[in-house]
Design a protein around this ligand. Structure first.
Ligand code: NAD
Length: 523
């Protein structure tokens, strides 16, 4: 019997051990020989289908290299995928919960065997270094294991509690919604992609998965694992394509029952709006789950262990070049320790090495030209908005390789209302904000419209308790980095403009993809 109590998160690989580094390097060789240059077609109703046009995935750390290609779905393909998924739903919804869960567990087992290959592919396709890629694949495995086990509580009649009533049987049935679309970002192209398709699927829905344009290969790799694990035709429709094209078509479609989206605030709010409009022939109110951006702040007060705070700042700010929704993009320091913290932060960050994901560099290239240009725009305004204490350049080149390279950048004395302190930059560019005192720091932390992650480094118990109540974030961390949520351990998701607070990897996440029916029988 599958039980959530048996779930254990994957351990991370220790890359201080030479044998683990060698194993990673061997995986890079294997992936270069077998996966780089590969083409992934769409998969609709179990058939591999190709398109005349293709989407090309570039190596961000060496843009002269094409990592591979995928099909580029058309509107007709999207329509076919949707119709086929509804057909598949008729059977898939009748499967026992444990039978569906077993497919996730099988996929997890395959991914465990191919763990380093998935890592290596991400190093090449999106520039993740070894540790960043490893924690992401571990998270993908965790999602499969966790959702498989947590599905069991929705199995069968009376699965949720109702109160006893004389002369009747009463109970709740949890039913899948139908067919939905899952639209994912490039920054966690393995974990978020897999989590957002596995959760709805395990409880009986069929899903059209549209990966991000920049990370189609890793998505194709994962989709293949799901098919190998035994997903029947049509349950998962793999549909690489352009967001504003097939994504838009599917989110506005009358036959789309739910949308699960992770990405930017702008696109998420747009989807929320168009999905709310009822289309001719539409029978339901679409369910929309949104996980959006952040402008995450970490406070350091005068009682903090400054060594702990500086380590947390460097890890939270520069892991995967700040390209995490949870990344610390604002460091908020009370005046009394401002100089000590900032000097330590700059000193430690100045040691980060720039290079490729394959070289296991600390700072690699950002994902694409659009990101690079956007970040460069912020570097241009940085000298007006504060003091550039480290970095400040986007060389676009490293060790003779052309790529989207941006230096680890720290800008001090940024005003709380400055653009750099309010807008999501999504790169290695950090604003440090000086607070008068603790209360001022808390006010600054809450001064954005986002509410994703946040943190406090302090040894003052009363302040930590105040922050626990008052800091407006979905994931709050004390005396550690503010990134790296683990499935089941730290259910993840933000509120305010950071999303619908659905808490991926949390105990109630699957309920977003179900509807309840209360059934009463009078004896
Ligand atoms: P994005 O919004 O540009 O794209 C996300 C996805 O939406 C892609 O698959 C894209 O093709 C698709 N899309 C674009 N336009 C669309 C449209 N009109 N209709 C339907 N789909 C459309 O985001 P991104 O650059 O891929 O990802 C980075 C963003 O994601 C950041 O803002 C980051 O904070 C956020 N993010 C949030 C979380 C979270 O859990 N809250 C996790 C990871 C990333």
């Amino acid at each position: 019997m599958l039980k959530i109590q048996d779930y254990r998160p994957q351990p991370f690989i220790d890359f201080t051990k030479a044998e683990n580094v060698q194993a990673y390097e061997a995986a890079l060789k294997k992936v270069r020989a077998e996966l780089v240059g590969k083409h992934y077609p769409m998969v609709i109703d179990g058939e591999r289908v190709d398109t005349a046009e293709k989407l090309t995935s570039l190596n961000p750390c060496d843009t002269s290299e094409v990592v591979g290609t995928t099909a580029k779905a058309t509107i007709e393909d999207a329509e076919r995928a949707l119709q086929g998924a509804w057909k598949a739903f008729e059977t898939w919804k009748t499967w026992d919960m444990d039978a569906r869960a077993r497919i996730l567990l099988k996929a997890s087992a395959i991914l465990k065997r191919r763990h380093l290959e998935a890592c290596a592919l991400m190093s090449i396709e999106v520039g993740k270094n070894y540790a960043e890629a490893d924690v992401e694949v571990a998270e993908a495995i965790d999602f499969l294991e966790y959702y498989a086990r947590s599905a069991m509580k929705y199995s069968g009649f009376g699965s949720s509690e109702t109160t006893w009533f004389e002369g009747e049987e009463n109970g709740l049935m949890s039913l899948p919604l139908g067919v939905g679309v899952s639209i994912s970002p490039w920054n966690f192209p393995c974990a978020i992609f897999v989590g957002m398709l596995a959760a709805p699927i395990v409880v009986g829905n069929c899903v059209i998965a549209k990966p991000a344009e920049d990370s189609g290969l890793i998505a194709g790799f994962i989709a293949d694992i799901m098919y190998e694990a035994g997903l029947p035709a049509g349950v998962l429709q793999f549909l690489p394509g352009v967001g504003k094209d097939v994504g838009e078509y599917l989110t506005t479609h009358a036959k789309t029952r739910f949308i699960t989206f992770t990405g930017s605030r702008a696109v998420g709010l747009h989807i929320n709006e168009v999905a709310a409009k009822v289309q001719p022939g539409q029978k339901w109110i679409k369910k929309v789950v949104l996980e959006l951006g952040g402008k995450d702040g970490m406070i350091v007060d005068e009682t903090a262990d400054l060594e702990v705070a500086i380590t947390a700042a460097v890890q939270g700010a520069f892991g995967f070049n700040g390209q995490k929704c949870s990344a610390m993009s604002r460091l908020i320091v009370v005046d009394a320790v401002y100089d000590d913290v900032v000097n330590g932060f700059v000193e430690r960050a100045s040691k980060l090495k720039m290079g490729t994901g394959e070289e296991n560099a600390n700072v690699t290239a950002v994902v694409n030209q659009m990101s690079f240009d956007k970040i460069k725009g912020y570097l241009e305004i940085a000298p007006q908005e504060g003091k550039v204490l480290l970095g400040g350049e986007a060389p676009g080149e490293c060790n003779g390789k052309q790529g989207y390279y941006v230096q680890a950048t720290i800008v001090g004395d940024v005003k709380r209302e400055a653009r750099m302190a309010q807008e999501e930059i999504f790169g290695p560019v950090i604003s440090v904000i000086r607070a008068k005192d603790w209360q001022d720091a808390l006010d600054i932390a809450n001064s954005t419209e986002y509410g994703l992650t946040g943190g406090v480094c302090s040894r003052n118990r009363a302040r930590l308790e105040q922050a626990r109540q008052e800091l407006e974030v979905g994931n709050l961390y004390f005396n550690r980095k503010i990134t790296g949520a683990i499935v089941g351990v730290q259910p993840f998701g933000g509120y305010n403009m950071s999303g619908t607070d659905s808490k991926a990897g949390g105990p109630d996440y699957l309920a977003y993809f179900m509807q309840l029916k209360t059934v009463t029988e009078r004896w």
